[in-house]
Design a protein around this ligand. Sequence first.
Ligand SMILES: *Cc1c(COP(=O)(O)O)cnc(C)c1O
Length: 402
Amino acid sequence: MTSAEVIELFERYVMPTYARWPLVFVRGRGARVWDADGREYLDFGGGIAVNLLGHAAITEAVARAAQQLVHVSNLYYHPGQGLLAKRLVELVGLPGKVFFCNSGAEANEALFKLARRWGHAEGRYEIIVFHDSFHGRTLAGITATGQDKVKKGFEPLVPGFRHVPFNDLDAVASAVGPQTVAVLLEPIQGESGIRPAAADFLRGLRRLCDERKLLLMYDEVQCGLGRTGDFCAWRTLAPEAIPDAMSWAKGLAGGFPMGAMWAREPHQDVLGPGTHASTFGGTPLACAVALAVLETVEREGLVRNARELGEYLMQRLRSLRGVREVRGRGLMIGVELTCEARPVLQALMDAGLLAVAGGTQVVRLLPPLNITRAEADEAIAKFERALATIMPAASAATVGGG
Ligand SMILES: *Cc1c(COP(=O)(O)O)cnc(C)c1O
């Protein structure tokens, strides 16, 4: 099929909920993808932080698991779910338990339900959330999200969420009332342009949550799972600010849909039998793939690779003309530009590099954790070329002025 034929099919039969770029992909390998016309791209969007190991990396794990057992339901036990939960608890390094689901929005729903159930006897249910946050597209997810554009037209929203400015501890403290039960935040805000929480802010939240008996909950759907150079993103910011519960999804099974919620002792049994469920949550197939992904991350030292190549990329990106600021940790990078991100993303595509927008002026890089130094250099070269096509005048001025 040609690209035009595929796009035509979408226009006729797929609901128009996404503003898509006119690119049709048919094949991928590692950090590279090919479109229907055979054109090659370096994929530093990573399918929005999903393809932890790149393309065609989970093929064997999927095939092997699919031959054994795909699904049995949560009416029964199977080895994979227990082993994966154990592995995740070990990677966090704190005693706790895990609930499995299929997406980030669902993992956050599990956090909301954990908090409500925990506070129910005391009539507490309100969750403090933050401006510019993103927590998914379910009704509670868009309510929790701190961006008006996702809520518009879907009112009435879910009661029990209160928004305050990010990185403003006083605002959180003043927002706490008799009904407050939890604080939820992304340690590094993703969709709004890679904004890390300040270390003092996280430490202050931990203190406040202890004082006021609130759950501190982190949405690590995008920033978690090693991308930032530590299995837990919050540990790269303030290792003392340990959460009571946390959500994961995106990269968890390297592209196979999976989400999870972790809760620390003594909250790990709050959601007892019958309180929460997901038909597809933690299938033998999904768990086997996630175990294989985590095993590869460990065997190949990819968390360290993410940290080192992330630092290298950020340092080189800072020197590019047209770049105002570079933020992030590891391979979760936000490049804030001096101009709009959209034309730059287009120019990056023309140069053969895929990236993702974040806010209006930020280009996000969320590549696989196993990229090489050569691929990082190639991405920088493409970035430089793309910026030069967008700002030729500035280029002349810089050269002339220097
Ligand atoms: C992507 C994302 C979500 C939503 O995940 P889905 O799998 O799309 O439901 C929630 N929170 C954060 C921080 C995300 O980046």
